[in-house]
Design a protein around this ligand. Structure first.
Ligand code: SAM
Ligand code: SF4
Length: 329
């Protein structure tokens, strides 16, 4: 007579998910995906004015990007942020974003300069890409256009206000540079109070061409906070352990954060991996070494990912010659 008890197969535990945890116990949760190197701006600390981009023959297709990201999600990645270069310049931007949005993610976001963003906002909303970081180095049209070597201020500001109106989780990224935009620090705080949009001040990192003038242009988060506190009272906000920014609320309802990658590096708690448009996986923004995940089966891909994770530094690497737009900021 056939037993009514379930077979041992049916009662055995489900196959454990292969977690991406490194030798320091850091679980990789966040993936930055650079869609391309090209950009329509030439921010003076990021790219040379005369930079030219050719079509990249090795760029991963939307299908390849999706397959790689799906494998990494199976290893525990739960947050993906798309970046570049300027991600909205990808010809197949819709296809890529639609493919990535189909993954089971806790958070799906994008970092953009905002210039071509506005027409894409309804699509991003529909896809659940709620977390937008838009770069804005100046609130003054002339200064913005000078720093980005563009004529983009009006369009970027329009994208920012529209994204805010549509209810995106929006953060502005502002790299504060001595003699360039540090006179606008308090204006940015006022802007946050007036609009309710969070502004995050980034320390200039010793990356690529920014290394040439980083010592003179660098302003530490501490110096910025001291300046702001002369006018505004700041109340700290609790953030996640692996967050890059520490944040404050102002009495007037503004929200500001500081990404102090130079003066207060967060490498020991970092949970980020970086995939570039050609399929190379890196374990750190400051490390050019990495390995290609292209054309690998899922088990092979996770094995190579662990090899890359073994390179992940625990302490901040001083500087890197590779430009940020190559790796994806
Ligand atoms: N093009 C998009 C944008 O500008 O938002 C995404 C890529 S960009 C490389 C991402 C961010 O990196 C921008 O906010 C930019 O200001 C920042 N960035 C570039 N070079 C930097 C540096 N040397 N130090 C700090 N931040 C930098
Ligand atoms: Fe382009 Fe972003 Fe670099 Fe500016 S910071 S040049 S917008 S990639």
């Amino acid at each position: 007579m056939k037993s009514l008890l379930p077979s041992p197969m049916a009662t055995s535990a489900p196959t454990p998910v292969p977690q991406l945890i490194d030798g320091y116990g850091r679980q990789m949760r966040k993936l930055r995906v650079s869609l391309l190197e090209a950009c329509n701006f030439r921010c003076f600390y990021c790219m040379p004015a005369a930079m030219r981009f050719a079509a990249h023959p090795k760029q991963l297709s939307a299908t390849e990007l999706h397959a790689i990201c799906r494998a990494l999600v199976s290893g525990g990645i739960s947050q993906i942020r798309v970046t570049g270069g300027e991600p909205t310049l990808r010809k197949d931007f819709r296809e890529v974003m639609t493919a990535l949005a189909s993954l089971p993610l806790e958070k799906f976001g994008m970092t953009s300069n905002g210039f071509l963003l506005e027409p894409y906002l309804p699509l991003l909303k529909a896809l659940g890409c709620h977390y937008l970081n838009i770069s804005l180095d100046s609130l003054q049209a002339e200064n913005f256009n000078r720093m980005t070597r563009s004529m983009g201020f009006e369009k970027v500001m329009s994208s920012i206000l529209k994204a805010h109106e549509m209810g995106f989780q929006l953060k502005l990224n502002t790299v504060i540079l001595r003699g360039e935009n540090d006179h606008e620090l308090l204006d940015f705080v006022r802007f946050s109070e007036a609009t309710g949009i969070e502004v995050r001040f980034l320390e200039l990192m010793k990356i690529g061409m920014a290394r040439q003038f980083q010592p003179e242009a660098f302003i530490s988060a501490e110096e910025q906070i001291t300046q702001i506190q002369n006018t505004f009272s700041l109340r700290p906000i609790v953030v996640e352990k692996d967050a890059t920014a520490f944040s404050f609320q102002t009495q007037g309802g503004g929200k500001i954060g500081f990404i102090a990658s130079e003066s207060r590096p967060f490498c020991g708690d970092c949970s980020r991996l970086r995939l570039s448009h050609d399929g190379k996986l890196r374990a750190c923004l400051m490390l050019n070494q990495g390995k290609s995940l292209r054309d690998l089966s899922e088990p092979e891909l996770l094995k190579v990912t662990r090899q890359v994770m073994a390179l992940k530094p625990f302490q901040r690497i001083e500087s890197v010659a590779q430009n940020m737009y190559r790796i994806g900021g």
